[in-house]
Write a protein that binds this ligand. Structure first.
Ligand code: NDP
Ligand code: MG
Length: 388
């Protein structure tokens, strides 16, 4: 059967790999929507190749640039409201959300409201507004399929018997600074943090992987996706990234999903499940992958993980504040305006000043984010000099 998809964030790491999976493995997929943001040069050939009905770019300038580069004629939309409309008003059976950061939440909610199934890479959606998103999906009877490799692994392991779960073992590579001393990490710069040992990803998630915030975000993502309490999820550092996560059942049996660190596989599975699609992706060779090792995460060396656990435990609007602060601080770190440990220090500072509220509607999330934006404005602009 022919499937129609919309790819939000087509020009990013997940977007490009999604389109590559479609190009190389799926000949029955039609693409209705593509979106880009800054990389219009990258978007243009994708528009000509996949011939979507609708394309979204941020503004009129980007639209003119795109129009000058493409031969395929389609409707080009601009502006935040139109991104949300493109997520909902389309012919797609599945909306792939490969946007990065907070920008992903409103399009996810709009697509779910319109009854679209979601293949979700944008973990920030669930971190910020997990209960709202999950409840809406339940109400609208739409599926949310994880693209994040750990969650894809857990989802695959859970197909045995989701009622009999004892705990989820969420694996983490440990990032580029796993073996660095705290002193050395203090002076790490963006270029050091961008050198991930196993995965090639967009800049924001690569920094999140270095701080272990990524694992904290994934912890919250897993709680909402799989309806598990915090204490049922154990984070396990597994530097080789071969086991993508595991599920331990009530009888003590542990089911794992393994593979090379390659996002194409979880992307393909999110689009084809429960079918398994033949492909030519490289195979895991057990005689060559070496030892598989495991250790507990070091939360003293990686305080972002401790902050995310605190946010997961507290709930309400705190994860949204954390997510906002993190996204901003990662941006500052990428510009080498703040140090590595300033990311966690600034989030911790916000936590100390913020009064957590329950989340009943999207407005509660928006208020929390507005508070965080205001908090950032109130910080001294030249130098943060904040250490906890
Ligand atoms: P990238 O930064 O590579 O791509 C992000 C995409 O979103 C790009 O298409 C970008 O456009 C677009 N974009 C950025 N900002 C905005 C905005 N404000 N409004 C609309 N569009 C925007 O990110 P990744 O592909 O690495 O990550 C995407 C999501 O998937 C993240 O939530 C990440 O945590 C998650 N994820 C990623 C993995 C990976 O391997 N990369 C693995 C697991 C999860 P443009 O490029 O044109 O500027
Ligand atoms: Mg992941």
């Amino acid at each position: 059967m022919k499937k129609t998809i919309a790819v939000l964030g087509a020009t990013g790491s997940i977007g490009i790999q999604t389109l590559n999976a479609v190009r190389t493995c799926l000949n029955n997929v039609n693409i209705d929507v593509l979106t880009g943001y800054k990389n219009i040069d990258r978007l243009a050939p994708l528009v000509d190749e996949f011939k979507p009905e609708k394309v979204w770019v941020p503004d009129k300038e980007a639209a003119s640039k795109l129009n000058a580069l493409v031969t395929h004629r389609c409707k080009v939309f601009t502006g935040d409201e139109e991104l949300i409309a493109c997520a909902a008003e389309n012919n797609a059976d599945i909306v792939i959300n490969a946007l990065v950061g907070r920008a992903g939440l409103a399009p996810t909610l709009a697509a779910i409201s319109a009854g679209k199934d979601i293949a979700l890479a944008n973990k920030e959606t669930l971190v910020t507004a997990g209960p709202l998103v999950i409840n809406l999906a339940r109400k609208k009877n739409v599926g949310i399929t994880p693209i994040d490799s750990e969650h894809s692994a857990i989802w695959q392991c859970l197909q045995d018997n989701p009622q009999a779960v004892e705990k989820i073992l969420l694996t983490a590579s440990g990032g580029p600074f796993r073996t660095w001393s705290q002193k050395k990490i203090t002076n790490a710069r963006a270029e050091d943090a961008l050198r991930h040992p196993n995965w090639k990803m967009g800049a924001k998630i690569t920094i999140d992987s270095a701080t272990l915030m990524n694992k904290g975000l994934e912890l919250i993502e897993a709680m909402h996706l799989f309806n598990q309490p915090l204490e049922n999820i154990e984070i396990l550092v597994h530097p080789q990234s071969i086991i993508h996560s595991m599920v331990q059942y009530h009888d003590g049996s542990v089911i794992a999903q393994l593979g090379l660190p390659d996002m194409q596989l979880p992307i393909l599975y999110a689009l084809s499940a429960p079918k398994r699609v033949k492909n030519n992706f490289p195979r895991l060779d057990f005689t060559k992958c070496g030892d598989l090792t495991f250790e507990a995460p070091n939360i003293d060396k990686f305080p972002c993980l401790a902050l995310a656990i605190q946010a997961a435990k507290t709930g309400g609007t705190l994860p949204a504040v954390m997510n906002y602060m993190n996204e901003w601080a990662v941006g500052e770190f990428l510009k080498n305006k703040i140090g590595f440990y300033d990311i966690s220090s600034l989030i911790a500072l916000a936590f100390r000043s913020y009064t957590v509220k329950p989340v009943k509607t999207l407005a509660d999330i928006q208020d929390a984010e507005a508070w965080a934006a205001q908090f950032i404005k109130s910080l001294p602009s030249t130098k943060y000099e904040i250490h906890v």
